[in-house]
Write a protein that binds this ligand. Structure first.
Ligand SMILES: Nc1nc2c(c(=O)[nH]1)N[C@H]1C(S)=C(S)[C@@H](COP(=O)(O)O)O[C@H]1N2
Ligand SMILES: [Mo]
Length: 252
């Protein structure tokens, strides 16, 4: 009997599903905050006038809200193909050597699982998504660009199931000169792709061949080109531009 593949959810369907989940999480966070207030107030040492444990709860809620409203809970605006501009090459750290697509493989380190190596064919075998959005650099420019590739959430479900529970994912170039750390909600956002095409062409060498990250809810700095390794982790991964003083989150 032929096996039937369920059609992938559209970004809108995917989002509706996740927004429901986020609201459940928000409700739980609020209940903990309200119920714990009395006890916290009476016994916790003050830290900036706010009891420390409550600060932790607030921090948690802030993360959930940011996730629900800014990264997981809304889709970045998309554009028609007629709006596509010419994305300049910007930032070539970790890309001194030209891409060796034939020899390329991806090192994958799941959360607590055995590391594995994947090929581009493995990634191309996942459903392909195309999206055209405004790519933004913290330098102040933006260019409407189309990328196509696999959804990072579906990549994770297929090759590192369970790793969605990790707090972060870290990625680096083959020479490890460029590296980014991403919070998991942004990584799992339905518009986050592992891209192998740009503006209808295979990704060019300077734009990050053979595989780059496209994370439209973040500025360009997080959109690492020429990925060689992906690691799911609960420890905040090193991040090149965060080390230079930029915001680690770097969300739009
Ligand atoms: N490997 C690598 N990836 C990188 C960078 C870099 O220097 N090295 N620069 C980042 C920055 S700051 C931007 S704006 C985008 C630019 O992508 P583009 O060259 O495809 O326009 O790549 C990001 N990814
Ligand atoms: Mo950038």
């Amino acid at each position: 009997m032929p096996t039937e593949r369920k059609p992938p959810l559209t970004p809108e369907q995917e989002l509706a599903r996740r927004t429901r989940r986020s609201f459940i999480a928000l409700g739980a966070g609020a209940a903990v905050a309200a119920g714990g207030w009395f006890w916290l107030n009476a016994f916790e040492p003050l830290d900036n006038e706010i009891p420390r444990t409550l600060r932790r709860v607030l921090g948690f809620n802030e993360r959930v809200v940011r996730t629900a409203l800014f990264s997981d809970g809304h889709l970045v605006k998309t554009f028609p193909a007629s709006a596509i501009g010419k994305l300049k090459v910007n930032g070539e750290i970790g890309m001194d050597a030209p891409a060796d697509t034939a020899a390329w493989s991806l090192d994958l380190a799941p959360l607590g699982g055995a590391p594995q190596k994947l090929t581009l064919a493995d990634i191309r075998a996942l459903p392909r998504y195309e999206q055209t959005f405004e790519f933004k650099c913290i330098e102040g420019w933006s260019t409407v660009t189309q990328f196509a590739g696999a959804r990072f959430s579906e990549f994770t479900a297929k090759f590192a199931p369970g790793s969605e529970k990790a707090a972060y994912v870290g990625m680096n170039t083959p020479d490890k000169e460029y590296y980014v750390g991403l919070d998991m909600p942004s990584a799992l956002h339905p518009q986050t792709l592992l891209a192998y095409e740009m503006n209808g062409q295979p990704l060019s060498d300077r734009h990050g061949a053979p595989l780059r990250l496209v994370v439209p809810v973040k500025y360009g700095i997080k959109n690492i080109k020429r990925i060689a390794r992906i690691e799911y982790t609960n420890d905040e991964p090193a991040d090149y531009w965060a080390e230079q003083g930029y915001d680690y989150y770097a969300g739009l």
